[in-house]
Design a protein around this ligand. Structure first.
Ligand code: LLP
Length: 427
C-alpha cells in the first residue's frame, strides 16, 4: 500500500496488520467491514482514563456496533454496556455481560419490553412520565432510573440532538415534582438519573455544562429520594474527527477528563454520594477502529460530473445519505502503483436504485478506475448496526484484525437463504 497515493491514514496506524485490503476482499468478499482490535482497545483505555474516581465507569452504547466479538473485547477492557431493546439486551448477554453490567436505557417501551428487561434483573431508565407510571404499575416497590432533559443539546445533525427543546427525549426539569409524586405513589426507589445531550461534540463545554446541570438536580432532590440514588449517567456523544485528511483535530479527551474528574470528585466530596458515575459513549469507542472496504465497479461521466460506482450501497452504510455525513476515503490499486498523479473531482456512489445513493460527494481524489478498492474511514460506529437488506442485498461480512496482525472472520456475509428467513412454512 505504500505506493498508493491515498493510504496515509491507515498506513500510519498499521490498520490492516499483516494483511492487505486486496487479500481481505479476496478472502471475505466485497463490501467488507474491517475492524482493528488494537485501535478498539486504545479507545476504551482513553475513555477509562477520563476519571480515576472509584465510582467511575464507561457504559458503552451498543447501538453503535453490537458485534459480539467486539463486545467481548470491550468487556475484557472493563467496560459495561447499555441496551435499549430486547435485541440489544440479547446481544449483551451473548457477549457475556451480567445483568449488573447492563443498564436498560429505554425509549417508548411496551409493557412487554419493560417486563423482559425486568425479568433479567436490569435497572431500567424511563424517559417520560407516562413510562414512569407504566413502570410503577408493573414493578411497584422496585428501583427505577429516569432520563432527564437538561435543556442542553449537541450533535452533528439535528436528527441526533437529544437534549433541549426540540427532542422527544427525557423528562424536562420543570417536571421534577411530578417524578417525585409518581415514585412516591408507586413506592419506587429513584436509583438513578441519566441524560444524553446528543451525538458528536468536538468541544467539551456543552457536555460539562450538562454534567453540572445533572449534579445540580441531584442536589435539589428531596432528602427521602436522594438517598436511593446509586447511578448518575451523563450520556455519550464524544466526537471523533471524520475529516482526517484535512487535519481535523481530535476531541481533547485529556482536557475534558481533567475537568470532568475534578467536577465529580468535588461534588461527591461535598454531597457524600457513594454511587457510580457513568459516561455512555458509542461512536468514540467503535468508529475509528472500523473501515468499510468496497470495489469500484464502474466509472462514468454524466453531464460533466464524474461518478465512481462502487458496491457500497446505502444499505451497507447509511450515514452519508441519512445525515449528509462526511467520511474520509482512501483508494488502493491492487498490484502496485499505477496511479499517475492525476486527480479529479469525483462523486462516489453505491449500487442502490436511488440517485441519493452517494457515499462521498464531489471529492478531489486520484482518478479512479474499475477494480480499485475504496476504503470508507471511521465506519465502525453506526455502520453495520444501521445496515439493511434494501434492494434485497445481503449484509456484508465483518473481519477483525487481531493484535498479532492476522485477520479473523467475526460475522459471515449473509446469503440468499437469509432473505428467505421468516417465510418458513408460509411459502
Ligand atoms: N446514550 C444514549 C441514550 C443514546 O441515545 C446514544 C446515541 C448514546 C448514548 C451514544 O451516543 P454516541 O456516543 O455514539 O454519540 N446514528 C447516528 C448516531 C445516533 C446516536 C443515537 N444515540 C450516527 O450515525 O451518527
Amino acid at each position: 500500500m505504500k505506493n498508493d497515493p491515498r493510504s496515509q491514514y491507515t498506513d500510519s496506524v498499521h490498520f490492516y496488520g499483516k494483511t492487505t485490503p486486496e487479500a481481505l476482499l479476496r478472502a471475505f468478499g466485497s463490501p467488507l467491514y474491517v475492524y482493528n482490535e488494537t485501535i478498539l482497545r486504545e479507545r476504551c483505555r482513553t475513555l477509562k482514563g477520563l476519571s480515576a474516581h472509584p465510582g467511575f465507569a464507561v457504559n458503552y452504547s451498543v447501538k453503535a456496533n453490537a458485534n459480539v466479538f467486539l463486545l467481548r473485547i470491550l468487556r475484557e477492557e472493563g467496560l459495561v454496556v447499555d441496551a435499549m431493546s430486547p435485541g440489544e439486551l440479547y446481544m449483551d448477554r451473548l457477549a457475556g455481560f451480567s445483568p449488573e453490567e447492563i443498564l436498560y436505557i429505554s425509549n417508548n417501551n411496551s409493557e412487554r419490553e419493560m417486563a423482559n428487561a425486568l425479568s433479567h434483573g436490569l435497572l431500567i431508565s424511563v424517559d417520560s412520565l407516562s413510562q414512569l407510571e407504566r413502570f410503577g404499575r408493573l414493578a411497584r416497590g422496585g428501583k427505577v432510573m429516569v432520563r432527564l432533559n437538561p435543556g442542553i443539546g449537541a450533535g452533528h445533525s439535528s436528527k441526533v440532538v437529544t437534549g433541549g427543546k426540540k427532542t422527544k427525549f427525557g423528562i424536562s426539569l420543570d417536571a421534577m415534582s411530578e417524578i417525585f409524586a409518581l415514585t412516591r405513589r408507586f413506592n419506587l426507589t429513584l436509583a438513578g438519573i441519566n441524560q444524553h445531550i446528543g451525538s458528536l461534540f468536538m468541544k467539551a463545554d456543552d457536555y460539562l455544562d450538562a454534567v453540572k446541570v445533572l449534579l445540580d438536580q441531584v442536589d435539589r432532590l428531596p432528602d427521602d429520594i436522594r438517598g436511593g440514588l446509586e447511578v448518575i449517567d451523563f450520556g455519550g456523544g464524544f466526537g471523533i474527527p471524520y475529516h482526517k485528511y484535512d487535519g481535523e483535530a481530535p476531541l481533547d479527551m485529556a482536557a475534558l477528563g481533567r475537568k470532568f474528574h475534578s467536577l465529580i470528585c468535588a461534588w461527591s466530596e461535598r454531597s457524600g454520594y457513594r454511587g457510580r458515575f457513568l459516561v455512555e459513549p458509542g461512536r468514540f469507542v467503535a468508529a475509528e477502529c472500523g473501515v468499510l472496504l468496497g470495489r469500484v465497479e464502474a466509472v462514468k461521466t454524466n453531464a460533466g460530473n464524474h461518478f465512481v460506482g462502487t458496491d457500497i450501497g446505502f444499505n451497507v452504510l447509511m450515514r452519508p445519505v441519512l445525515y449528509d455525513s462526511f467520511h474520509d476515503v482512501e483508494i488502493y490499486r491492487p498490484n502496485g502503483s499505477g496511479f499517475d498523479g492525476h486527480t479529479l473531482v469525483q462523486t462516489i456512489t453505491g449500487n442502490v436504485c436511488e440517485s441519493g445513493d452517494i457515499l462521498a460527494k464531489a471529492r478531489e481524489l486520484p482518478v479512479m478506475r474499475e477494480g480499485d478498492i475504496v476504503a470508507i474511514l471511521d465506519a465502525g460506529a453506526y455502520g453495520y448496526s444501521m445496515a439493511s437488506t434494501y434492494n434485497e442485498r445481503q449484509r456484508p461480512a465483518e473481519v477483525l484484525i487481531l493484535k498479532d496482525g492476522s485477520a479473523k472472520l467475526i460475522r459471515k456475509h449473509e446469503n440468499l437463504a437469509d432473505l428467505a428467513r421468516g417465510y418458513e412454512g408460509l411459502i
